[in-house]
Design a protein around this ligand. Sequence first.
Ligand SMILES: O=C[C@H](O)[C@H](O)COP(=O)(O)O
Ligand SMILES: C=C(OP(=O)(O)O)C(=O)O
Length: 352
Amino acid sequence: MNTNATLAAHPPAAAIRPPAPELLPSIDALAAELPLSPALAAQVATHRQAVRNILAGRDPRLLVVVGPCSIHDVDAAMDYARRLRALSDQLGDKLLLVMRVYVEKPRTTVGWKGLLYDPALDGSHDMALGLRTARRLMRDIVALGLPVATELLHPMAAGYLEDLLSWAAVGARTTESQIHREMVSGLSLPCGFKNGTDGGTTVAIDAMGAAARGHHHFGVDRHGRPAVLVSEGNADTHLVLRGGRSGPNYHADALDAASNALANAGVSPALMVDCSHANSQKDHRRQIEVLKDVLAQRRAGRHTLRAVMIESHLEEGAQPLCETMRYGVSVTDACLGWQDSEQLLREAAAQL
Ligand SMILES: O=C[C@H](O)[C@H](O)COP(=O)(O)O
Ligand SMILES: C=C(OP(=O)(O)O)C(=O)O
C-alpha cells in the first residue's frame, strides 16, 4: 500500500475547510424590513378566527383552501390572488376562500423545493431572496384582503411567515415528525395535519394530540440565536384526508372510520378533504368529482365535513422547469385552470 498516496487522497479532517455558511436575516430583521401593519395584523386575526369558527361548526360556511400547488412566479401568484379576491367577494356568504401560497415543497425523493429554497428556479439557492420574496408576496396577498395558507415544512422557516398565515398544513410526509408537532404546538393559528402517504390517519390524530400539549424544544429565537423554545400547545388542529397509497379516502366508509378514530382520541371532529393528491390519484381533473362527492355527503348530513382543499392555477396542468415556461402553469403537481376552478367554486356555493 502506498501510504503517501493514500494520505494525499484523504487529507486529515482538520485540513478540510468547508465554505463559510451564508447567513440569513433573523426573523426580527426580516419582519422589520417587511413589516405587517397593525391593520393587516388585525385582519389576519379576524381571518384566523373565521377559520376556527368554521372548523368548530359555529359558522356554516365551507372553508376552501385553494390555489397553486406551488408558487414559482410572483406575478402569476398576484394575478391569481386578485381573481380569487374578486370571487371571494361574490361567494363569501357560502365559502371562506383561503389562498394556497405554498413556498416550500416536500419531495418524495428530490426536485425543486420551492420559492423559499430556490426563487430563481436555477439551482442558485438564494434562500435569503427566497425568504424576502415569499414574505413580500404573502404580505401583498394579505393586503388584497385574502387569507393566506401554506404548508410549514422547515420549522426554522415558519417564524419568518407565521404572522401572515390564517391556516397552515403539516404535510403527509412530516405529520409523524415530533419536530413538526412541536412547531404546531407553538403556533397561534389553525393547522391541519394530513394523513400519511400510506393513507393512515393514526399519525395525524396522534399529531393533533401531541400539538395540543406544551413542549420544550430546540429552535432559533427571533434574533437568530439557538434557543430552547417553549410552546403552549395548539388546540386548533384538525385532520386533512388526502388519500394514500391504498387509494382515496373521501368516501363514506373512510370518513366514518376517520370520524370514529377522532372521537376515540377526543380531538376535533372537523374534516378537511384534500381533493387533490391521492384523492384525485394525481389526475387534477378528478378534483372536480371529488369535490362534488364531498358536497353531496355534506348535504346528506355529514356536518363534520367543514373544509376542502383544491390545487388550482391560472392555467390547467403542469410543466417541467425549463427555459420556455408557460405563464400561470404549475411546475409541481398538475392543477385545475382558473376557469374550471371558478366554475367549480360557483357551483359549490350554489349548492350550500
Ligand atoms: O404537492 C406536491 C407534491 O405532491 C409533493 O410535493 C411531492 O412531490 P413529488 O412526489 O413530485 O416529489
Ligand atoms: C405536498 C402536499 O400535500 P401532501 O403532503 O398531501 O402530499 C401539498 O398539499 O402541496
